[in-house]
Design a protein around this ligand. Structure first.
Ligand code: ZN
Length: 434
């Protein structure tokens, strides 16, 4: 049999039995199916590769406790640059307290969480990061005790509060009345003096930052009551402290300055107080500056030397206050002691002096008439006496006579200050003189 017969000749497609050549439409369909399969495979492989992806970025948990608010601020951090930031941006932070499993707080994407914790206790916080990378941490937070009042009581007209912890000085608080709260000691606060009972709240800030608002009840304090009704006065004294055989030399008015006095002051330390009328002082300012430079002291003898008892309180106050300010401005030494013209004073004059800024008023117990010293009781000068002279022609000679008597009596000229009147009884009645 000839196998090379026509049966072995080149075959044309479709020539096999049972095989039907696909139409052009069928062919396109099959080709599309194969293409989709191949593409799916590629996508699958790419997906697998993507999931195994880049290596995990290092993450850390940072937290800080704020004692002022008793809160813990928790944040997840990464040093991994853009990759870390991307992980954090896709993550959320959840914090649950004391392992309760109950999630207390959630952060926004990559954000921070603030969790309140109780003062004076230890809190365990479970921190969980969910997202592309998981992270779990447990934080143990101890919050100090909030300051509290442990005792309170009245002391010298004030209500004192003792606290459990040393406090930090805070902004001024006013509780009852108008007096500010002041710190007496680190854990001792003087709350307002109160003439009436009151209930209020005191803000405490401990040195460790813990804060508390505590209720305080301030009872009516009798001393505060008395003080509320007290009017400030500058009392008048005709004697001063006799300690050290002290004697006090005062010279009034100031219309006629004395070169001899200045010479005496340069020769020996002579603490003279010049009670100056502001209008008189104004005429010889360079002299009074030299007087101050030589150790002299300036007192307030009003602006224009009126009878203060005949003025209104407002006018008397202005006589004291304006002279005091002007003398201070001109001479660099602001008077704190005044002397009423003519020795005329009453309670109104004393109140006016206090309102004008003076602390005390000085009268006198001895004068000089010509070259004779006249004491209040006719006896020789004794320690604690205040001698009055005037800036008049002949003053230099008078002062020389006075100093000789002072030396003979072993008395010591002493500066006249408000402290000189400490423990001395104030004068009750007006004096005669000018
Ligand atoms: Zn006078």
């Amino acid at each position: 049999m000839d196998v090379r017969g026509s049966d072995y000749g080149p075959r044309r497609a479709g020539a096999y039995p049972g095989y039907t050549r696909p139409s052009a439409r069928q062919f396109r369909f099959r080709r599309a199916v194969v293409l989709v399969a191949v593409l799916s495979l590629v996508a699958l492989i790419a997906g697998c590769l993507g999931r195994s992806g880049p290596a995990p970025v290092p993450l850390g948990v940072a937290w800080v406790f704020s004692p002022a608010s008793n809160t813990v601020t928790i944040r997840v951090t990464s040093q991994a640059g853009p990759a870390g930031r991307q992980v954090l941006a896709q993550s959320r932070l959840a914090v649950s307290e004391n392992g309760s499993g109950h999630t207390g707080r959630w952060s926004a994407a990559g954000g921070t969480v603030r969790v309140p914790v109780p003062a004076g206790g230890r809190t365990s916080l479970l921190v969980k990061l969910t997202g592309p990378q998981q992270l779990t941490r447990t934080l143990k937070v101890s919050a100090p005790q909030a300051p509290r009042i442990v005792a309170s009581g009245a002391s010298t007209g004030r209500w004192l509060v003792y606290t459990s912890d040393p406090l930090r000085a805070g902004p001024p608080q006013v509780l009852c009345g108008t007096d500010q709260v002041s710190m007496v000691a680190p854990s001792q606060v003087a709350v307002s003096e109160s003439a009436t009972a009151c209930q209020t709240q005191l803000q405490l800030t401990a040195q460790n930052g813990e804060r508390a608002t505590v209720p305080v009840t301030i009872p009516a304090l009798p001393e505060a009551k008395a003080k509320a009704h007290a009017v400030k006065v500058a009392k008048l004294y005709c004697f001063a402290n006799p300690a050290g055989r002290a004697i006090y030399i005062t010279i009034d008015d100031g219309w006629t300055p004395s070169a001899e006095v200045l010479t005496l002051m340069h020769q020996t330390y002579l603490p003279i107080t010049a009670f100056l009328i502001a209008e008189a002082a104004d005429e010889h300012l360079s002299y009074w500056k030299a007087f101050v430079a030589a150790g002299g002291m300036i007192g307030d003898h009003t602006v224009s030397h009126p009878y203060l008892t005949k003025l209104t309180l407002a006018k008397a106050t202005s006589q004291w206050g304006q002279a005091r300010k002007a003398l201070g401005r001109w001479l660099g030494q602001t008077p704190v002691v005044g002397r009423p013209p003519y020795g005329a004073f009453d309670r109104k004059v004393e109140v006016a002096a206090a309102r004008g800024g003076l602390t005390a008023l000085a009268g006198w117990s001895a004068t000089m008439s010509g070259n004779r010293i006249q004491t209040w009781n006719g006896k020789p000068l004794s320690p604690g006496e205040i001698v009055i002279l005037h800036w008049v022609p002949g003053l230099g000679h008078q002062l020389t006579v006075l100093l000789a008597a002072i030396r003979a009596l072993h008395l010591n000229p002493t500066p006249l200050t408000p402290a000189s009147f400490s423990g001395i009884a104030p004068q009750q009645h007006s004096l005669n003189g000018d």
